[in-house]
Design a binder for this molecule. Structure first.
Ligand code: GUN
Length: 300
């Protein structure tokens, strides 16, 4: 068997087009333009790439982007003051503080200083609690993107066995909550899970978010299962030339493709969905604060 390859890049482009359509209507019908503020502290190269990409896609969707680049030496107090200003700014509907933050800044303190209604990352403890209790919340972008891909592949997720590998606050835990809300039977596995291959073999849906290159092997996969790979790992690629590197996921794509029913590639799978969902969340936040109907297909 050769798995269907789930085209996250194409799906994300459709989501962005849908968002842009709503943004146009908001402007023409209500004179409102959604605004997203992105805060980057320091010069982490990967974060700089993400932030640039977010800025470009925000503009392409017709939204206002507000970029704040601060020195790595910025004090916690100054960062909190900026967050407070953004909370109070009516032109800003979404706030994203790029993680990781420098060591001298308390990440939880900063995230929980963001107005939960503008917390487009869904990391604020209020949003975490709302999601965990099945109430309306802002949902973290990467798990939301995975859910959209899964719902597109399967008419109904109810009753399916889902194994999430990874227990991070950003992906693993919210992914498990979302699958539970769609009535999956959910197992959260992690680096200490015993007999991990046997656990994964029970899954109709596998979401891999552990951060270990090509860890999930083909013989871990139940025939026909859907495999969603959240991992982004850079590995040496001497076959492409001396000193070259390439990106791989947490799943051994070639091996698992022989067994799975559907699989997301890396790159081009979950990655593009994350920024598309960030734009969708910004639109949702803007609609909510203005008391307007929110676009239903773009939320959980
Ligand atoms: N750093 C890596 N991924 C993310 C994300 O989804 N949100 C934020 N704020 N920082 C990140």
């Amino acid at each position: 068997m050769s798995a269907d390859v789930i085209d996250g890049k194409a799906f994300a482009a459709r989501v962005r087009t849908e968002v842009a359509g709503h943004v146009t209507r908001l402007r023409t019908d209500h004179g409102i333009t959604p605004g997203l503020a992105v805060v980057l502290v320091g010069e982490d190269p990967a974060s700089q790439v993400y932030v640039r990409s977010k800025g470009r896609q925000t503009a392409e969707a017709g939204m206002n982007g507000f970029e704040h680049r601060l020195a790595a030496s910025t004090s916690e107090e100054d960062l909190l003051a900026l967050v407070n200003n953004l909370n109070a700014d009516p032109a800003v509907h979404g706030i994203l503080v790029q993680l990781p933050l420098p060591d001298h800044i308390d990440e939880a303190l900063v995230i929980n200083a963001i107005d939960p209604a503008k917390d487009v990352d869904g990391f604020h403890v209020s949003n975490v609690g709302l999601l965990g209790t099945g109430q309306k919340s802002m949902v973290p972008c990467t798990p939301l993107g995975c859910l959209m891909l899964l719902r597109d592949r399967h008419e109904c997720l109810s009753g399916m066995n889902a194994v999430v590998i990874g227990r991070s606050n950003i992906v693993g835990k919210p992914m498990a909550q979302l699958l539970l809300l769609d009535s999956c039977t959910v197992t959260v596995a992690h680096s200490r899970t015993r007999q991990l291959p046997d656990v994964v073999r029970q899954a109709d849906i596998v979401v891999a978010a552990v951060g270990r290159a090509r860890m999930v092997r083909g013989d871990w996969i139940k025939p026909g299962a859907t495999v969603v790979d959240v991992g982004i790992n850079r590995i040496a690629a001497p076959e492409m030339g001396e000193g070259k590197t390439r990106l791989v996921g947490d799943v051994d794509f070639e091996d698992c493709s022989r067994v799975a029913g559907a699989i997301t590639p890396v790159p081009g799978g979950v990655g593009p969905m994350t920024i598309a969902c960030l734009l969708a969340n910004t639109l949702t936040a803007c609609c909510r604060v203005n008391g307007l109907e929110e676009p239903e297909r773009l939320t959980a």
